[in-house]
Design a protein around this ligand. Structure first.
Ligand SMILES: [Zn+2]
Length: 320
């Protein structure tokens, strides 16, 4: 009966046109119909069948979600086009038509509503010089005085201004969305790289609080041994605080590595790490002093135990 019934895993994918009367049997998947379903291009019988199937099949439901995401991005795939002259003329005509219709619809309301007499201050201009007539009425003698071609030009320019503004607004909006999409795309790929780098084969050091510090922290070295990550959690008074991470080299000197802003009790930052890391015996986290010129208080420290060697960084892939 249906080609979908016969379709197996290794059979070539077949695409069918909606509305051909074929109905997917119960138990088969509806992947071929998903695009048509999402675009609303199926006939009612097929549409109902898919809806019934989606209630019981998470696999096809996922496909629908994927297709929806793709279709939502379609407007951004098209290059922006400049409308041709006849499109502009048709738009102008529609705007003029809808403005006339709106005016006609508003007329009875105007007739019913009477404005209260205006209060005229003694020093102001007598009201008689400005007869309170509707805008369209006051325009007519002025328009009639103009030659026909100029009248059209004026009318067109009145219409063109809102049209132009609308075109500029939608154009700017489209560009804004495009840049947002591009930005989010690059943010997602950066995030994916970070997750990949710190997900597996990362070295992780739980830092030890110094003194009575209530700060907790973890220092990590990414799988590529080229990127570090510091995560700090604070409690009590210092939930908003700036910290500095430094490496302690073999001479006991502090070498700054990164700065971290902790907001609302937690913060994470990633930073490039250099070859000197093999030289470091320890890392320290200091609370950045409020007053300049004073030393920061060390709140966290951790021994690196020579886990990193610059000659063969990847060999040291087990965290202590
Ligand atoms: Zn299915």
């Amino acid at each position: 009966m249906s080609d979908i019934l016969k379709r197996t895993g290794e059979a070539p994918r077949r695409y069918r046109i909606a509305g051909s009367g074929q109905v997917t049997p119960v138990g088969g998947h509806v992947e071929d119909l998903v695009s048509g379903y999402v675009l609303g291009a199926l006939d009612p019988a097929e549409h109902d069948l898919i809806e019934r199937h989606l209630r019981v099949c998470s696999r096809c439901d996922r496909r629908v979600a994927e297709e929806r995401n793709v279709i939502a991005l379609l407007p951004f795939a098209a290059a922006p086009a400049t409308p041709t002259l006849d499109v502009k003329v048709a738009l102008l005509a529609r705007i003029a038509h809808s403005q006339r219709a709106a005016q006609e619809a508003a007329l009875p309301v105007r007739a019913v509503r009477t404005l209260p007499p205006a209060v005229t201050l003694p020093a102001s201009r007598p009201q008689a010089t400005l007869p309170p007539v509707a805008a369209s009425e006051s325009m007519q003698p002025w328009l009639a005085a103009l030659p026909a071609s100029s009248r059209f030009g004026r009318a067109a320019s009145y219409l063109a201004v809102p049209l132009l503004m609308a075109l500029i607004a939608t154009g700017a909006w489209g560009m804004q969305l495009r840049s947002q999409v591009a930005q989010q795309g690059s943010q997602v790929s950066t995030l994916q790289q970070t997750v990949a780098n710190f997900g597996t084969n990362a070295l992780s050091y739980t830092l030890t609080p110094t003194g009575d510090s209530q700060t907790q922290g973890v220092f990590q070295i990414g799988a590529n041994r080229r990127e570090g990550m510091l995560t700090v959690q604070t409690q009590g008074e210092s939930i908003d605080q700036v910290f500095e991470l430094a490496g302690v080299n073999s001479k006991g000197e502090l070498v700054p590595m990164a700065q971290l802003d902790v907001k609302d009790g937690s913060g994470t930052t990633t930073f490039p790490i250099n070859d000197l890391l093999s030289d470091y015996t320890q890392v320290k986290v200091q609370a950045k002093p409020v007053a300049t010129g004073t030393d920061g208080e060390t709140v966290l420290s951790g021994d690196l135990n020579g886990a990193i060697s610059s000659e063969n960084p990847a060999a040291n892939s087990t965290a202590p």
